[in-house]
Design a protein. Structure first.
Length: 151
């Protein structure tokens, strides 16, 4: 099921990964290891996909935080404006989750295209856990802000 949800401003603190497509999976896995090893005292982990820059894919892997939270050494803070997102949920074993998540994001993109929705280029994935535990992932695509139509 795909639904539209609204989030308030979100803050994610974590490790920024910028890599080519072939190098991205290993770079993201290494970043998750650094985030989980930091022992930040939360279970609210998130990955944020940002628009490509200079031909490199960009991901911030980290944890949800209050805006005033301290930023651990080697990490950065990303503040996302409040907005609307398309959302779907993927469940299953961690070993099969990469393909399942790719399918989930593909369905979100197809839904946006079929309904004339403009995307911002930002994607969220909530549900990462230390030790690659099985569980639920919530996948989100941010909708571009839309101006109200003038009558």
């Amino acid at each position: 099921m795909i639904e539209t949800v609204t989030f308030p401003e979100l803050t994610v603190i974590g490790c920024m990964v910028e890599a080519s497509g072939d190098e991205l999976p290993a770079a993201v896995a290494a970043a998750w290891e650094r985030v989980f090893a930091a022992d930040v005292g939360t279970a609210a982990f998130a990955a944020v996909s940002l628009p490509e820059e200079n031909g490199l894919q960009r991901r911030l892997v980290g944890f949800m935080a209050a805006k005033a939270s301290e930023i651990p050494d080697g990490m950065v803070r990303l503040d996302l404006d409040a907005g609307r997102y398309l959302r779907t949920v993927q469940d299953g074993p961690q070993a099969a989750m990469a393909a399942s998540m790719a399918d989930g994001f593909a369905r979100l993109h197809a839904h946006a295209a079929a309904n004339g929705l403009t995307l911002s280029g930002i994607a969220l994935d909530f549900g990462h856990r230390p030790g690659r535990q099985d569980g639920r992932h919530e996948l989100h695509l941010a909708l571009a802000p839309q101006l109200p139509a003038l009558a």
